[in-house]
Design a protein around this ligand. Structure first.
Ligand SMILES: [Zn+2]
Length: 170
């Protein structure tokens, strides 16, 4: 089965958080539940460097808490902050200036850590939740007008709902 991802191509830290689809209540779908899933997801992001599943899951848990806190304006647990700081020590960023500047390592952990630092320390609003009430995906607000995780996904669902509500009132 070819697995598709609801959202990919955001900064790595958000792509990782978005692999746990937390739609509509306690039900969750983990898109990187196994080593095979993780390898597929990494390949879909254009990386062939392997990663440790347990470490990726732990980092995702930490980043989810930190990103949610940033979006909601709450304070995350000291444990989550400490975990990100501790993880960053194991992968100091190293820049390579080729056609465009990029991180030297293809390692998903260091890519997530460096993008997380950039997003979490950016002004409030840099991380935005999808405007659809049943969607919990996060994206980087590089475009001020963007409301949806994807125009084809939630954008279409919202348009269809508006259309339905209009026709129901006729
Ligand atoms: Zn959405």
């Amino acid at each position: 089965m070819v697995r598709t991802y609801p959202l990919i191509g955001e900064p790595a830290a958000l792509d990782l958080v978005n692999t746990l689809v937390r739609r509509g209540g306690p039900q969750q779908t983990d898109l990187i539940a196994t080593d095979r899933d993780l390898a597929r997801w990494l390949a879909a992001r254009g990386s062939s460097v392997e990663a440790d599943l347990a470490q990726v899951h732990k980092l995702r848990e930490c980043l989810t808490e930190l990103m949610d806190a940033r979006v909601l304006g709450t304070t995350p647990s000291p444990a989550a902050i400490a975990y990100l700081n501790e993880t960053s020590k194991g992968c100091p960023p190293e820049i390579v200036w080729a056609a465009r500047p990029r991180l030297a390592s293809d390692n998903i952990i260091s890519e997530c850590v460096s993008t997380a630092f950039a997003l979490l320390t950016a002004p409030h609003g840099a991380i935005r939740p999808c405007a659809h009430s049943e969607c919990t995906l996060l994206f980087a607000a590089t475009n001020a007008r963007r409301q949806w995780c994807s125009a084809a996904g939630c954008g279409n669902r919202a348009r269809a709902m508006r259309h339905y509500q209009r026709s129901a009132h006729v």
